[in-house]
Write a protein that binds this ligand. Sequence first.
Ligand SMILES: [Zn+2]
Length: 302
Amino acid sequence: MLLKAREESNELLICRSLNKRMNLTEKERRHYLNLEKGYEGEIQFDKLSENLHEERYIINDLLLEVNNSYFQIDTLIISQGAIHLLDIKNFKGDYYLELDKLYAVTTGREYKNPVDQLKRSAALFRQLLQNLKQNYLVETSVIFVNPEFTLYQAPMDQPFIFPTQVNRFLRDLDKTPSRLNDGHRKLAQKLISLHQTVHPFMKLPKYDYDFLQKGIYCRCCHSLMIYRKNYHFECEKCGEHEEIESAILRNVEEFKLLFPDRKVTTQSIYEWCKVGLNKKTINRILRKHYTTFGKTSDTFYE
Ligand SMILES: [Zn+2]
């Protein structure tokens, strides 16, 4: 049973937005694309694990804190006798391991060994279970989901699940009978309640309102949208149509995400959307979907 669905992280959403609205440096862009790739891989794994039959709780994207240390778990599965911590990796291409370090064959670039990260997470998670006076076997795996991934010189004793092994890993897991009780349910609820929503280590490019491209981007192909009469926006590139209200709301949410300290007002959204709509339309949409604070000229919406 899925208890916590996966969502795009704020870090990914902000980077995605900035990638459209400003020029990222090569390093920032690489970081952004890695986030996209990682998320894609996680979704891919979610689809594969949808078919588990026995009673289990699946909790995605947990960010936990123990003794001031934060750690993230891509997928946590609670079964009757064990808890699995899974780290999902969507690496593509040829890599090799040397002295516990991970390198890409073509570029020679060094990557963090996911096992180190997972070991740390597992240690902190065991600490957390101890604090909660819970006793479970904790098992960890790094799951490589991309079928075009190869890792040379990987020792057999590492907790790697390679693309050719993912289905078998899930089948084996599914073969282990599991019956959950109230204790499992309470633990799952406790873990979800401990989930931290504000990520302390977001790696974001520096950005400034004045230097961002204003406008509304197509929800399909991410090009700038053009306003057409008859209550629609149209994308000239892919032909996507979107109702005014939906497009404006999407842009308001993007504005709030990028600038949590700025007030949502008719004027600020008018400038942010920059699409030739009149302010009355924007005002009507804000009133309909948000709570109004203040009166007349200093009205804002939350
Ligand atoms: Zn489009």
